[in-house]
Write a protein that binds this ligand. Structure first.
Ligand SMILES: [Zn+2]
Length: 253
């Protein structure tokens, strides 16, 4: 992965202990400036998967339409795409596809665009005064690349050190799934999960590592079948080498 014109920190994942396939690693914990991105053209961005913002770029009128209205519109337009490609929508197998795609977009794979679908999270008092690191690893997620609308499949590993509150483990999983269900770039997904947990848990001591495969890289374009991309987000105590290493240790065992 190349970062044309951005100041994202890039380093190889050697010594991370993941696997030995070629890997690009981005450390997103440092201050990031996105200067210069605004001047890139669509062709310059091309397949480089540069995100321009850590908020999902949404229009002001994003939720004026109901889900039902969105599905009708998408069904119509997807039918046009299929017709343009020359497909015969009178065929029994294809006839229902526009409706299926519309429903899948709105109700499933892009449902995380709507803040109304943010999981309700109950916090518990940290009764056991457990103030060590808590790690939830290997959270499988399916997302979609916002540049190609094809799948990103990966594992998220999340850690935090409880302040006064703890969160149910299944809720960490749900938060990952919520942000994955958007057109995404991996860097943004990583930061959005980290920031949401920081806010919910009332602590900066949050870490997120994501290791993912991008179908737009493995199945098309350069067709690199063995590469994965690792992104990380380290807040608070995880900025120290000790805590960071401890967390990375958990990921390799
Ligand atoms: Zn892509």
């Amino acid at each position: 992965m190349k970062q044309n014109g951005t100041s994202l920190n890039s380093r190889r994942a050697n010594g991370h202990g993941f696997d030995d396939t070629p890997t690009a690693t981005l450390d997103l914990s440092n201050e990031i400036t996105l200067d210069g991105i605004g001047s890139l053209t669509i062709d310059e961005i091309g397949d480089e998967h540069i995100s321009t913002s850590y908020d999902t770029p949404l229009r002001d009128d994003a939720f004026y339409l109901s889900d039902e209205q969105k599905m009708q519109k998408i069904e119509h337009h997807f039918r046009e795409i299929m017709l343009t490609l020359g497909l015969d929508l009178a065929d029994d197998s294809l006839r229902g596809t526009p409706k299926r795609v519309a429903k899948m977009y709105v109700q499933e794979i892009f449902s995380g665009l709507n803040p109304a679908n943010m999981p309700k999270v109950a916090l518990f008092d940290n009764r056991y005064r457990y103030n060590e690191m808590l790690v939830e690893k290997n959270i499988t997620f399916y997302s979609n690349c916002e540049h190609h609308f094809v799948p990103i499949i990966g594992k998220a590993h999340v850690a935090y050190i409880a302040n006064g509150k703890v969160i149910g483990l299944s809720k960490i999983n749900r938060i990952v799934q919520y942000f994955a269900k958007r057109p995404q770039v991996q860097e943004r997904l990583t930061v959005q999960i980290g920031n949401a947990l920081k806010e919910l848990l009332g602590t900066d001591d949050v870490a997120v590592v994501i290791d993912a495969v991008h179908m737009c890289v493995t199945s098309r374009g350069i067709q690199d079948q063995s590469s994965s991309t690792v992104t990380s987000y380290y807040g608070g105590a995880f900025k120290s080498d000790n805590k960071r290493k401890e967390f990375q240790q958990y990921l390799t065992t």
